[in-house]
Design a protein around this ligand. Sequence first.
Ligand SMILES: *Cc1c(COP(=O)(O)O)cnc(C)c1O
Length: 407
Amino acid sequence: MTGDSSHYRLATKATRTGQYQDLSDQHSEALALTSSYVFADAEDAAEKFASRRPGNVYIRFTNPTTLAFEQRIAAMEAGDDAVATGSGMAAYTAMALALLEAGDHVVLAEGIFGTTTNLFKVYLSKFGIETSTASVVDLDQWRSLVRPNTRMFVVESPTNPLMYVADLHELSLLAGEHGIVLAVDNTLSTPVFQTPLALGADLVLHSAGKYIDGQGRCGGGVVVGRQELTDKIRGVMRTVGPALSPFNAWVFLKGLETLPIRMREHSRNSSELASWLAGHRVVEHVYFTGSPDHPQARLIAKQLSGHAGLVSFTIRGGRPEAWRVIDELKLISNTTNIGDTKTMVTHPATTTHGRLSAQEKAIAGVTDNLIRLSVGFEDIHDLIADLDEALWAVGSGRTTPTKGEVR
Ligand SMILES: *Cc1c(COP(=O)(O)O)cnc(C)c1O
């Protein structure tokens, strides 16, 4: 591809925007596995070090493969620029260091990734940054929490594991009225299903090791947004140093090429599994953005064009029954990651949300009988058979469905 790619549609940007070739005329993007770069002459070195001339300086803040990944995800998320980091949490840390200072106040959405809450409440609080939390479904609560020193809203939509949705456009209007930066974690939906920047958000964050990698191989993160904001974040990268490995950047760059087709398959398999679970006797409730009885179905139809692989459900019983289901599964892996080709099961109350207090768990809706699935690409009949046997073991009395039965 030559020239500007901004007029292309998403799948074209996913495969074509952000290119890096070395000297071999290769078609697949090159991996620049190098920590330093040769300067043309002494003046070139001085100009590049002073950021007066574009180009590569040192692995901690410049790499051409990482740059290609940043350009591609920036194009897909409709942002000016992107900054890649060594993990999703490093993206949050770099964003906070760049944009917040002592005395600032941040509002976090309730029920977001537990480590994100910890970063703000345990670590950033040490540097005088105050935090409040608000429910993603209650805009009035956000409005009532705004103070003169409120600088940032941090939102995940949908939330994990209960899949509630924030009205991102309404929230961006409220943030805009008060000059507040709206940062949206788009790890779950990816730009394939929603583009928060186009809805009015200022920054988008990803844990890139989830759907962007898509096969559970690499860790990494990225923050995308307006140039004036990403420039400040890039400054933090140079000094603080949570850089992404170029190898991981290359995996993510190639992962983006298949992201649109992979997300459609995640959406198809998770939709089928969610509707099967909803009809199961042992299952109390299914939490899935595609459920017809989701309390925010209208907002979801407006805001999301598909559903990630996340399906959570509560079963009759408590922790012993939930653990029993997990231990009975033969095909589905017991691991806390999300966004892999392989289907995974998690008991949030004792793993991902285990560090939350009982009250925080109650607010997040993480009960002892809650089980979370990240649905991958196995045949849906095999996934259903595995779950059916495990659920039967805790007392459903339901027999294994005849082969081929998918409701
Ligand atoms: C995993 C995850 C993170 C943290 O990312 P890491 O890459 O594990 O540091 C943040 N937000 C969401 C929604 C996640 O799923």
